[in-house]
Design a protein around this ligand. Sequence first.
Ligand code: NPG
Length: 370
Amino acid sequence: MKIEGVELLRVHLPLVSSFETSSGSQSEKDALVVRVVADDSEGWGECVAMAQPVYTSEYVDGAHEVIRRFMLPRIAAGRCTSGAMVAPLLAALKGHRMAKTAVEMAVLDAELRAAGRSFASYLGAERTSVPSGVSIGITASVAELLDQVARYLEAGYLRIKLKVKPGWDVEPVRAVRERFGDEILLQVDANAAYTLGDAGQLARLDPFGLLLIEQPLAEDDMGGHAELARLIRTPVCLDESITSARVAADAIALGACSIVNIKAGRVGGYIEARRVHDVCSASGVPVWCGGMLETGLGRAANVALAALPGFSLPGDTSGSDRYFETDLTPPFVLTSGHLPVPTGPGLGVEPLEDVMKEVTVSSEWVSFPG
Ligand code: NPG
């Protein structure tokens, strides 16, 4: 495979409803799409960086800049011919994992399409469909939250995740348990909104039989998470803190988590995400696939990843209609609470041309030297 050039596209997709977490609210998806054009195929990548650096330090304009200015020249100079070459070629660049992931994903897609092999098969997936959970943002009232939970359970979602923050934790969890019972799979996500001093308050969630509490404390507070895990009964799961397979191994050894959320964008690529999976599996730590409001492109890759054997809990791999009126690709549709793992070459999905035309707000072509 010889890469001829790369197109960087920005697409704006309205969300069906705004999504509020402890770090703010968002009503539109501003995605950076990377299209690799090679002599014998093309490939698509999606960058999950958000408009503002409030989840991690990355943000979409910055990702666009670092890809154009620093990553593509290295990919071109290194005569990159495979997805596996991307991380080593970009290793000298610190951080920017979401940007690196988008580049790796596009190159890998092009490589696999040319080889007639699916992402799922490349990653080592074993399932043909994956169980879907849904993540529900912070709502204006408990009544509104209960309506949303009812709607998603009705749609077949197999697990509910509630966003929590100080002042919005025990009350919504109690209300959901009272209304929907102890049987539903329920977990919470704090997006780093608490401190170890809140351990007493977080222990008040113990009686509700939650699957896990995700990222209660700051990203760099491994010691705090280890201490918290000794003080509460709800299993501690890490998300923002896990930036590589090595960090995952250290977190597990320290007792900072007993479950791990895997997001390729957060760890620098799907190949590193598979390593995180392998490290966790070797320690008997269950993993599940996170989500960052991806379009159908990122969703296709996530669903392939979530089909690996260690993903034993439902992921934030929801149907397209949970986010978008019209997705970039043919929509992912839930069947009995599951999404099908694409089987076609590469991602197994492609952007719909008319939709792309409508939602693309800018595009830029970067030619590789011949
Ligand atoms: O289903 O894609 C989805 C969203 C899942 O809650 C979700 N993502 O912290 O995990 C998270 C959260 C998130 C969303 C984080 C947007 C950052 C931005």
